[in-house]
Design a protein around this ligand. Sequence first.
Ligand code: 0X9
Ligand code: ZN
Length: 417
Amino acid sequence: MKKLVVLFAIVCPIFANVQQYDGYQVYEVTAKTIHQLQDLIDLEQSGSYDFWNRIGFNAPTDIMAAPDQINQLTDYLSKSNIEYRMKISNVQQLIDRPKASAKLGPHSPRYNLTWDNYYRYDDIVEFAYELAASYPQLVSVSSAGQSYEGREMILMKISSGGDGTKNAIFVDAGIHAREWIAPATVTYIIRELVENYAAHPQYIDDVDWFFMPLINPDGYEFSHTNVRLWRKNRRPNDDVNSTCIGTDLNRNFGYHWNEGGSSDSPCNEMYHGPEAFSEAESRVVRDAIWAEANRTKSYMTVHSYGQYWLTPWGYTAELPDDYDQMYALAAEAVAALTAVYGTQYEIGSGTVLLYPNSGPSDDWAKGVAGIPYSYTIELRDKGPVYGFLLPPDQIIPSGIETWEAFKVIAENVAKMP
Ligand code: 0X9
Ligand code: ZN
């Protein structure tokens, strides 16, 4: 009987309490005047709509509306004279897309990941441990700590030895649950580094790498099982007035925390938490970065979407003192990325290019941990179509092009004093 119930829950999403998005639409809107900007801010603060990205001046924002909200939304936009266009006509249709069938060439049969589909937490953990078992001279895996729901947050060290003084690179992914392309791309890069070591040994011999491929595992699992577009972690908020769950981990880091571009409201998608580092996941990542910070030259936190290579700061529009160097390295990395398929990335500070956001991990990595080349990378796509629902047949292309950028980072980090 128990088996039957489980089977039913798998085949019948409503029984399993899976959020459905039939008829939900996504609109791209752009505020071109201060009034329009204020109207969009009011709309976001009403909390009625899911803003897939934050509002910027003269920069497009994607807003999702439920079927019974569409008229209301378009009326509001028309009245405010805000330009809009429909980007996704039925969100559920994209979620239900048939799985891709492309196959990666031969690789170790010891794990499930094939990068032609998005995988679950357990498969990603298995990949890490199996890679370490197959390449013990290059890979070691440890648990850096546990998430709120008790999942191990794995840390992979990739190194060919030495006395622990080589320059290092720290990479994490998946801080936002719904950005599935981020852990997929980062595990692709890990595989390329390790399994093709013989073809390009310098990328491991000359630097040490630290990877945390999935730093919001509870949110990630929830986005697979219940709410595809979940963003935050899964710790219920203590606030007695609130039934809302989760903190935006990328607003929870303790450098200029709660100084704008984040929210006090536990129901908001950008809720910054009750205090800096209130969340288990942000503390675990903080401690892992801190442990190697004195030799880490580059920190890269991988998100989606929009195709941006962002620098700090999120908390202010002022640029870091060494912005020109940060920009130059990013430009070299992006040029290598673009050379593969022509994918265009914009480079600039998070606040200048997008919107202010205080408490992101890259601000902390640079401002407190002192890691000079700290970046937020927003992977594919740039619209007009998929956003967070990037089809899995783009995982391998995203992996291939992003790997080219990472090679440039590694070559430069290796040469840094
Ligand atoms: O808002 C965010 O946290 C990031 N965008 S996302 O759509 N992936 O949620 C942007 C963070 C940019 N911040 C800095 N570079 N400081
Ligand atoms: Zn993100």
